[in-house]
Design a protein around this ligand. Structure first.
Ligand code: ADP
Ligand code: MG
Length: 362
């Protein structure tokens, strides 16, 4: 049987807490069965509110949420079959690991025999077999969070919600937990809705990412599409590093456009979100797509002055004053170290117009 492509469905959902300001605006989002979808966005953009509505702790002001084709407005949280892991959703401190995991099963009237089996299975999934009798206080932060993941999975939920679950962990532990959660998702195929403000985390873990800003989904795409084809300058700047130029479209034809920059120079760009001459635009270029001394055939070739050189181990970051952008960043691999990369020098910088994307100035 084919999978339900609308396993979780937000249909025209608005949310206001005060009856005036909408903190979620006209949310339309379909999540397929077994998919890992991340809501990514800055603080206050409405991500947690969306999870709370899906979990049943908040009610949409307008619209409806469906779970496996059924509207869920009238179903209480504990009957929605949803597991949850939150940054501050602590374990019960006075209960052993076993009792913490047994809790959601007892609520569901599971037999003692099944509880033992399910707790066993969930603990082995997070590599904590043998930890049944520990108290949470006897575990490291990472182990506690793994128990929290196991507790969210132990009753075979239809959907698991995770709200910044790794936010309290240090960088190394956070990265290894990202892979661990991703592998668990791959092995059991449960539908996951994940929330983070960390773009690296979202890119690593997700099948698709919904980028939130100001209560609205700006773009919903696979990680590579989001990185390569951001729909507007908010998404471009939120995902990865960018050099930007603002200007106006002065010509557009054959899948290319000319943009007259505020500094007066014209550059060639890829018209992703502009259609006609005269439109204002922000042109966005990834640092790794610009090179020094471009070969003939590259349709952008401009002179810039080196402002700063920072050694980074495997590459050197060069900050340039280029076409009025004094923060233009270039990454030079250290295998091709050059003598002329010095503050004050002029260098030629080039890129293909295809890589400089003319976007909405939002
Ligand atoms: P995020 O998770 O993306 O940081 P939230 O969903 O927590 O965003 O918040 C979105 C907006 O709604 C913010 O402006 C926040 O202040 C407001 N908000 C969140 N929860 C409540 C609440 N319980 N009561 C009133 N306002 C809230
Ligand atoms: Mg939040």
């Amino acid at each position: 049987m084919s999978k339900n492509q609308q396993f979780v469905r937000f249909d025209k959902v608005d949310k206001s807490y005060d009856g005036k300001v909408l903190v979620v605006k006209d949310l339309n989002l379909d999540i397929a069965e077994g998919e890992f979808v991340t809501m990514l966005g800055p603080s206050g953009s409405g991500k947690t509110t969306c999870l709370m509505m899906l979990a049943g702790f908040e009610t949409p002001t307008n619209g409806e949420i469906y779970l496996d084709k059924n509207p869920i407005s009238n179903i209480p949280p504990h009957k929605r079959g949803i597991g949850m892991v939150f940054q501050n959703y602590a374990l019960f401190p006075h209960m052993t690991v076993y009792e913490n995991l047994a809790f959601p099963l007892r609520v569901r009237k599971t037999s003692k025999e099944d509880i033992d089996k399910k707790v066993d299975k969930a603990l082995s999934m997070v590599s904590l077999s043998g930890f049944e009798n520990r108290m949470p206080g006897q575990l490291s932060g990472g182990q506690q969070q793994r128990v929290a993941v196991a507790r969210a999975l132990v009753f075979d939920p239809q959907v698991v919600l995770m709200d910044e679950p790794l936010g309290a962990l240090d960088k190394n532990l956070r990265e290894s937990m990202q892979y661990e959660i991703k592998h668990i998702h791959e092995s059991i195929g449960v539908t996951v809705v994940y929330v983070t403000h960390d773009q690296g985390e979202a890119l690593t873990m997700s099948n698709r990412i919904a980028v939130f800003n100001d209560g609205k989904v700006q773009q919903l795409s696979s990680p590579d599409k989001l990185y390569e084809e951001p729909v507007n300058s908010f998404v471009a700047e939120f995902i990865g590093e960018n050099n930007t130029f603002s200007g106006e479209v002065s010509d557009i034809s054959n899948g290319k456009c000319k943009v007259k920059l505020d500094s007066g120079t014209e550059i060639m760009a890829n018209p992703i979100r502009v259609k006609s001459k005269g439109e204002k635009t922000i042109v966005s270029l990834r640092p790794e797509r610009a090179i020094i001394d471009p070969q003939k055939g590259m349709d952008n070739n401009h002179k810039g002055k080196i402002e700063e050189v920072i050694y980074h181990g495997d590459h050197t970051r060069v900050r340039l004053d280029l076409l009025g952008n004094k923060e233009f960043i270039l990454k030079v691999p250290n295998s091709s170290a050059r003598m002329d990369i010095k503050v004050g020098n002029q260098i030629n910088v080039g890129w293909n117009s295809q890589d400089s994307r003319a976007l909405d100035p939002k």
